[in-house]
Design a protein around this ligand. Structure first.
Ligand code: ZN
Length: 125
């Protein structure tokens, strides 16, 4: 079993889209396509079917939070009309989750490794 990795290191590796366990290999070979496992340490990225469903919650939550914050700031604080605030925010709500997709998965993987230290192949159990 590999040594525990501090959460700060896990988060830094998630931001760089690197393997959370070793920090050597990249997680993605395309913007939305992941490698199945780390080429350096062998960490399996998708533990089971549907494993990354939780990353959608991360992505949705951050999108909703930033959209709400921007709406309140532009409409309620600065006084811009809805005609000027809502259309750009609608575009933002479509574009941001696509751009944030790999980071949400990397964050989800890092947090899972943080809370569940054993990440070997489940066949080894
Ligand atoms: Zn690795």
């Amino acid at each position: 079993m590999p040594a525990p990795v501090p959460r700060s290191v896990l988060l830094s590796r998630a931001v760089r889209l690197k393997c959370p366990q070793c920090g050597e290999s990249t997680l993605f070979h395309h913007w939305v396509l992941m490698y199945p496992k780390c080429e350096h340490c062998g960490l399996t990225y998708e533990r089971e079917p549907g494993y990354f469903l939780g990353s959608i919650y991360v992505n949705y939550g951050l999108t909703a939070l930033t959209t709400t914050f921007a709406y309140v700031a532009f409409h309620m604080v600065m006084g811009y009309s809805n005609l000027w605030v809502v259309p750009p925010l609608l575009v933002y709500c479509i574009v941001f989750p696509v751009l944030f997709f790999p980071y949400a998965r990397a964050y989800w993987l890092a947090m899972d490794l943080s809370f569940d230290r054993y990440r070997g192949d489940d066949d080894e159990l």
